[in-house]
Design a protein around this ligand. Structure first.
Ligand SMILES: Cc1cc2nc3c(=O)[nH]c(=O)nc-3n(C[C@H](O)[C@H](O)[C@H](O)COP(=O)(O)OP(=O)(O)OC[C@H]3O[C@@H](n4cnc5c(N)ncnc54)[C@H](O)[C@@H]3O)c2cc1C
Length: 415
């Protein structure tokens, strides 16, 4: 990080959002729609990065509906998932059935995250007061006394100082902003890491099983049209050991668990085709400082269990706009006023993380440490499989989360 270089440009906005992920792009859209002078900084030149959260849950679809964006959004290529079936030690189980939900969009839409983010970017172009600056990386905070007064950022044209009444960190789980602010992170921990890769899919290859658990092994596959997106779960810190066993040994394990991948697995030619996701669950105790608010993964990194991270980030953005858009019109809210976002969102975050920890400790850890002992399907999974009416409960938690947010922030006249 370089903060010592002097800026060759400056600008002043009401709100500076750092990070153009789901939280930052949705918040930029909402604040732009409210007519606020807002800038979103994204350090990359585009959104095109593979293996990010691609699961758009009904809670996010509902938000897109409330914004009048859903028709265009669902025209983008995507796959829909309603029934989540698995094989637990060879026993078929059903984990959730979203078709049981009384909601307008009872399915998870699988869509490349870059399509989602690009869609928001293009849709937001009609808001004159919203600016998205790509290839612009926040490297430091500007402080006025104890107050955060904006960020210093690196651009292809040099250093820019962006002064803002409110800076909102949406820069993800390795947030530079929260690190520069010195906010303390509480690590909750996770027993696993995940290896992500793609395997080609022929049109005639179909399978409803999405999760497979065997003694010592666990794997998820998603049908993504012309490929299978695969997540192979390993015990925390075992990446080097997996590599030391060699690629073929890993691919043999994969195809033994999921024979459907046999032809497509040839796409994985080296460990370069396999991305390690170091799973983290953590959260900030304090999400704010004077002039600064953190949301999304910057405030709480989520485990991939349930694929909820993107949707929680979007919910944070909606809550932030609901609570602050009006106040920002009138000036800079006090720290206590923007801490309302934490007060509203901390409960859903803690509940969701607690559920993820329960799954991690009771299902994933047990499976990964299982050795050669036969796996017993956990009681709760047996109950959900046997009693279809119960399948709506995990479906509801996955689909809508705890305390779903609805768009209440107003659109500026003409929008
Ligand atoms: C491999 C992987 C797989 C995942 N799978 C799923 C899934 O299937 N479903 C799901 O819901 N969640 C999944 N997640 C989690 C999900 O991606 C995150 O919870 C979600 O993206 C959080 O959104 P966010 O906007 O808070 O942060 P991010 O998506 O991390 O976005 C942060 C953005 O900020 C930018 N940025 C970072 N630092 C700076 C800076 N200094 N200046 C400017 N810009 C900066 C980054 O480039 C990035 O675009 C996965 C995560 C990973 C890593």
């Amino acid at each position: 990080m370089t903060s010592d270089k002097q800026p060759n440009q400056t600008m002043k906005v009401r709100c500076c959002i750092v990070g153009g992920g789901p939280a930052g792009m949705m918040l930029g859209y909402l604040l732009g729609r409210a007519g606020l002078d807002v800038v979103v900084l994204e350090k990359h030149a585009d959104f095109f990065r593979d293996f990010r959260g691609d699961t758009v849950h009904p809670s996010t679809l509902q938000v897109m509906d409330e914004l009048g964006l859903i028709d265009g959004f669902l025209k983008l290529p995507h796959q829909r998932l309603q029934k989540m079936d698995g094989l637990f030690g060879g026993t078929p189980v059903r984990i959730a059935d979203l078709s049981r939900l009384h909601t307008k969009y009872p399915f998870i839409a699988f869509m490349p995250q870059w399509d989602f983010l690009n869609f928001l970017r293009v849709a937001g172009r009609r808001f004159a007061s919203l600016k998205v600056m790509m290839s612009t990386e926040a490297v430091d905070l500007i402080r006025r006394g104890e107050t955060v007064a904006g960020v210093r950022a690196k651009t292809p044209d040099g250093i820019i100082d962006i002064e803002a009444d409110l800076t909102i960190a949406c820069d993800g789980r390795h947030s530079t902003v929260r690190e520069r602010a010195g906010l303390e992170v509480e690590e909750i921990g996770a027993p696993m890491d995940v290896l992500w890769f793609r395997a080609g899919r022929r049109p005639d290859e179909t399978e409803n099983v999405f999760a497979r658990v065997e003694p010592g092994k666990m794997m998820i596959t998603f049908d993504r049209g012309d490929y299978w997106q695969c997540a192979y779960v390993i015990a925390k810190g075992q990446h080097e050991a997996v590599k030391a066993r060699g690629l073929q040994a890993l691919l043999d394990d994969v195809t033994r668990m999921a024979p459907i991948l046999r032809s497509g697995i040839t796409d994985v030619k080296s460990f370069d085709d396999i991305k390690l996701l170091t799973v983290a669950i953590n959260r900030l105790g304090r999400w704010t400082q004077p002039g600064l608010l953190c949301i999304g993964d910057a405030a709480h990194a989520m485990s991939p269990v349930g694929g909820v991270g993107v949707n929680l980030a979007v919910q944070d953005a909606v809550a932030t706009a609901n609570l602050l858009a009006d106040k920002l019109q009138r000036g800079c809210p006090s720290e206590n006023e923007f801490d309302a976002v934490r007060r509203r969102r901390e409960f859903p975050v803690k509940m969701t993380q607690a559920m993820q920890v329960i799954v991690q400790n009771n299902i994933i850890s047990g499976a990964l440490q299982g050795g050669d002992r036969p796996l017993k399907v956990p009681l709760v999974v047996r109950l959900v499989t046997a009693l279809p009416w119960l399948q709506g409960i995990p479906a509801r938690l996955l689909a809508l989360g705890v305390r779903p947010e609805h768009v209440h922030s107003k659109a500026a006249p003409g929008y």
